[in-house]
Design a protein around this ligand. Structure first.
Ligand code: 5RP
Length: 295
């Protein structure tokens, strides 16, 4: 390992230059992967736009029942037509999501913490690769805790999932956790996203921050951005617009969709930004028009 002393701060991200190994495949960093991986990635990232609207409702894996997700069986079928990918636990998928839905599937495969713990950074791989194959998962989501107490075990979890994923051509989605002790700076997100990509993740989920374009440029796989805590709809759409402008390949939004007063219209408004080139102002104006008589 290189000596940590005297390391120069990285600064030349060439944010204006497109990724140089794209080939003819629409997903960043995936040009050299095999057909099976590319097939799964094409169910996540729309080949027409190269982007994705992922809908995260895996919160129950550590929060239990959450506001807006009390009845997955009622909520998910309404939202599914407006998003590309459903990100969930196997329990939620098997019990509440019709297998007939055409969406891509991001299967959460780690767990081990709950809201009752102070330190949420210790997880295990809870789903075997055979179950991801049985469920035809398009990627496996692994929580990682860079800089936290559970860093080593989460990197161990991630490596196991990536190795199994390569055996069966299922991509791994590395999720950058943020917590009490972790910074939310571009310095932290550049470090964490790059570590996950170099570990072999095909997709990384992270958060928006200052200098986001540099975080994108330094990460050789697509970034999808979490919505985070519930914001007013206008602000959440501005967040979606900024991440797309900054070069993210999409969003993986949860609470800002399912806790919206109008979740279906909110998902559609996010979609307009991600896939249709709408600005945040245009998407919000559309949202207001669609929901005016129900506010
Ligand atoms: C936790 C996750 C969750 O899926 C994600 O945070 C949920 O999305 P949101 O923050 O938008 O509610 O990956 O790390």
């Amino acid at each position: 390992m290189a000596d940590k002393e005297g390391i120069k701060v990285a600064k030349d991200y060439h944010v204006e230059e497109p990724f140089a190994n794209q080939g003819d495949f629409h997903v960043k960093g995936a040009n050299s992967l095999d057909w099976g991986m590319k097939k799964h990635l094409s169910r996540i990232f729309d080949p027409k736009t190269g982007r994705t609207v992922m809908f995260a409702f895996d919160h129950g894996y550590f929060m239990g029942s959450t506001s807006g997700l009390e009845r997955l069986d009622l909520v998910i079928p309404k939202l599914a037509p407006h998003v590309d990918v459903l990100m969930a636990t196997r329990g939620a998928l098997r019990t509440c999501v019709p297998a007939s839905l055409p969406n891509g599937i991001a299967l959460r495969v780690t767990s081990g913490s709950s809201m009752l713990n102070d330190d949420l950074s210790h997880e295990v791989v809870a789903v075997e690769i055979e179950d991801a194959i049985r469920m035809n998962a398009d990627c496996m989501a692994v929580q990682t805790f860079i800089g936290a107490d559970g860093q080593l075990s989460s990197i161990d979890n991630l490596s196991r999932v990536i190795n199994a994923g390569f055996r069966y051509s299922i991509p791994t989605l590395g999720v950058v956790a943020v917590g009490k002790e972790m910074e939310r700076t571009d310095r932290f997100f550049k470090l964490a996203t790059r570590i996950l990509a170099e570990m072999g993740c095909q997709i990384v989920k992270t958060y928006y921050c200052d200098n986001f374009e540099e975080v994108v440029a330094a990460c050789p796989v697509p970034l999808v951005i979490a919505g985070g805590k519930k914001l007013p709809e206008k602000e959440a759409l501005t967040l979606a617009y900024r991440v797309i402008q900054g070069g993210a390949a999409g969003v993986d939004m949860g609470r800002n969709i399912f806790q919206s007063v109008h979740p279906v219209e909110m998902a559609q408004a996010v979609r307009k930004i991600v896939h249709e080139g709408a600005t945040d102002a245009e998407a919000y104006a559309w949202y207001e028009e669609m929901t005016a008589d129900r506010s």
